[in-house]
Design a protein around this ligand. Structure first.
Ligand code: HSE
Length: 433
């Protein structure tokens, strides 16, 4: 069979990694696909004298590259929404298969792109877009295909997890650790994507779509970042037997689907509580298998290139199957997706950690607990720390309650004359069932 021809767009850390991986492991890969993969084009502006580009055409006109007849698969690794979207559309219209790591583009415009791909009978493969080196898309689509997914919860932003880990282990302030994460190259170009949860929401959107067969609905993910978490909260959580993790959670509830990204207190003994540094992990609770967890590096050149090359190999196998005349390429079956409602935040039930800074006045704790009890919110634990200047931080953990009630409680506590600053709430998850 003739080689499958590839265009790699973007020769940064990941694009360069893909090229090197395909060259270094060419024999292994050919054994696995039964077919040679030939890189015919690279699209880049920057020179990469460190890479072997012999026999490969190089250009910065990416739209022109994806129109070329000697390209079967386009590997988009430039990131961002524009011009990546137009380039992928052009590639699909020219009948090319697409491999991408572009989580933002798929989460925000994926419905349109997958529909177009369906019409042109090509695939968009995106293992590299979610949790880097962890093959979670294949797990959901293949390994767990027999199951009904009940919920999944993941640490899917390495930068956020690195920050929380450093705050806990070394008591370092947030800003300091973020700066280091940027220097180490973990953070997104715009680090607010990491610290405000947007990057995790992009990834959760993709995971939830596969898990529950729902369209991509990035705009309906409740998204909260870690920027309000202080080293103090991390320490209080420890004292109470919990650890704060920034989780993406997708859960099938009675009336719809919960889709949320926020800091979460989880019991210290839970495996997810022990995923540290820049590592990612995803726990999946599924009907037949029960709970499984997938762990590994969620970012970086090597892990992300590993995922992109795995997608290339899959596509090469699928293309070969088709060219044998045995059928069309199996698609995502996009048209069969169901639109189950996404629950608004106010309808979600969970336990809460509240941190309230109050003036040291007699009766203030009673005022707070009265507000909670009038709203039917049961207290599970209270931690009152010694005075910090004139303020007392009161930490309260509650039993599960619907979020609309907690909104009411927080508004009332916030309005007490003794309350200072913002009442901090962090949701709790046991991750047991
Ligand atoms: N900024 C992302 C992270 C990179 O920290 O996880 C991988 O998507």
């Amino acid at each position: 069979m003739k080689p499958v021809r590839l265009a790699i767009l973007g020769l940064g850390t990941v694009g360069g990694g893909v090229l090197q991986l395909l060259q270094e492991n060419a024999t292994e890969i050919k054994r696995r696909t039964g077919r040679e993969i030939q890189i015919t084009h690279v699209g880049t502006r920057r020179p990469r004298p460190d890479l072997n580009l012999e026999g490969i055409q190089q250009s910065d006109n990416l739209l022109e590259i994806v129109r070329q007849p000697d390209v079967d698969i386009v590997v988009e690794l430039i990131g961002g929404l524009h011009p990546a979207k137009d380039i992928i559309i052009e590639a699909i219209k020219h009948g090319k298969q697409v491999v991408t790591a572009n989580k933002a583009l798929l989460a925000e415009h994926g419905n349109e792109l997958f529909t177009l791909a369906d019409q042109h009978v090509v695939q968009i493969a995106y293992e590299a877009a979610v949790a880097g080196g962890i093959p979670i898309i294949k797990v959901m689509r293949e390994g767990l295909a027999a199951n009904r997914i009940n919920w999944l919860a993941g640490i899917i932003n390495g930068t956020g997890n690195f920050i929380l880990t450093e705050m806990r282990e070394k008591g370092r302030p947030f800003e300091d650790v973020l700066k280091e994460a940027q220097e180490l190259g973990y953070a997104e170009a715009d680090p607010t994507f990491d610290v405000e949860g947007i990057d995790a929401a992009h990834k959760l959107t993709l995971l939830a779509s596969i898990a529950f067969g729902i369209p991509l609905q990035f705009d309906k993910v409740y998204t909260e970042g870690i920027s309000k978490i202080t080293a103090q909260d991390v320490q209080y959580a420890e004292e109470l037997g919990f650890r704060i993790k920034h989780l993406g959670i997708a859960r099938r509830a009675e009336k719809g689907i919960e889709l949320r990204v926020h800091p979460t207190l989880i019991p210290k003994e839970q495996p997810l509580a022990n995923v540290n540094g820049v590592q990612n992990a995803i726990a999946v609770n599924a009907s037949a298998v029960g709970q499984t967890m997938y762990y590994g590096p969620g970012a970086g050149g090597g892990p992300t290139a590993s995922a992109a090359v795995a997608d290339i190999i899959d596509l090469v196998r699928d293309i070969s199957y088709t060219e044998d005349g045995s059928g069309t390429i199996p698609q995502l079956a996009f048209e069969s997706l169901k639109d189950i409602p996404i629950l608004p935040r106010q309808e979600i039930t969970s336990g809460y950690y509240l941190r309230i800074n109050v003036e040291d006045l007699t009766g203030v704790l009673a005022d707070v607990t009265t507000i909670l009890s009038h709203l039917g919110i049961s207290i599970d634990a209270i931690l009152q720390q010694p005075r910090l200047k004139n303020r007392i931080p009161i930490v309260i953990m509650t039993d599960p309650i619907v979020e609309s009630k907690m909104d009411e409680a927080i508004a009332k506590i916030q309005a007490l004359p003794a309350t200072h600053g913002e009442v901090i709430r962090i949701r709790l998850e046991s991750l047991e069932h």
